[in-house]
Design a protein around this ligand. Structure first.
Ligand SMILES: N[C@@H](CCC(=O)N[C@@H](CS)C(=O)NCC(=O)O)C(=O)O
Length: 212
């Protein structure tokens, strides 16, 4: 059985949970802290930089969400979340990378302040510009009718959970309601987030936040 070493309040861990639920794959969840929090050296043997999620399968460990997505789609192809069409497949990865590098990784600079009570850092205009560029790219490249690609895919999972953490960063750091500026993205997210599986994933995050 697939084992997921994840942190319930982590958006990346939730992405893998979301994918497994979509694909109707049974899994065991092992609540785990990343290396940066636990200093547990064994995590570094399993994960590229000690971050979560990590998937364990037949004694092997895979980290990096995009790599895990690719593995799950090839290993369990009944419900495909990457297209078999090479062009659609590449475009799905392109959307994921926009969300990963130009949106979420930028917002991540402020997670200690927004989510973990750290002191407020200076609001960097450079980071704000990058997030804006990321949203512009998403608006240009994604289908948004209603999903990121022509049908529900990994791009929707990644976009939903990376933008979920970016919204409070924009609000609290820049007093910026980013979804007001990107209405079509907002409409697409509303549809993705109203699906039953999405709601169950967000319920788990909310419960983990309450416990914090
Ligand atoms: N590139 C990694 C990023 C995952 C990531 O940032 N995970 C966070 C939790 S959402 C984490 O473990 N952070 C702690 C750390 O990086 O040490 C992936 O795609 O899976």
């Amino acid at each position: 059985m697939i084992k997921v070493h994840g942190l319930s309040l982590s958006n990346h861990s939730a992405m893998v949970k979301f994918a497994l639920k979509e694909k109707k794959i049974d899994f065991e969840w092992i609540e785990t802290l990343p290396y940066s929090m636990s200093k547990d050296e064994t995590i570094l043997e399993k994960s590229a930089i000690g971050a979560l999620p990590i998937v364990e399968y037949e004694g092997e460990f895979i980290s990096e969400t995009l790599a895990i997505f690719a593995f799950l789609d090839q290993k369990f192809p009944d419900t495909k979340l990457f297209s078999t069409d090479p062009l659609e497949n590449a475009k799905t990865v392109e959307i994921i990378n926009i969300c990963q590098f130009y949106i979420e990784l930028q917002a991540r600079n402020y997670y200690p302040f927004v989510f973990f009570g750290a002191e407020k850092k200076e609001a960097s205009q450079e980071i704000k510009n990058k997030i804006h560029m990321g949203f512009k790219a998403l608006e240009r490249k994604a289908s948004l009718s209603p999903f990121m690609m022509n049908k529900f895919s990994y791009a929707d999972i990644y976009a939903s959970l990376s933008i979920f953490t970016t919204i409070p960063v924009c609000k609290q750091v820049y007093d910026w309601d980013i979804l007001e500026d990107f209405k079509k993205i907002s409409e697409s997210l509303n549809i993705i987030n109203s699906r039953e599986i999405t709601k169950s994933v967000y319920d788990d995050i909310a419960k983990a936040m309450e416990k914090m």
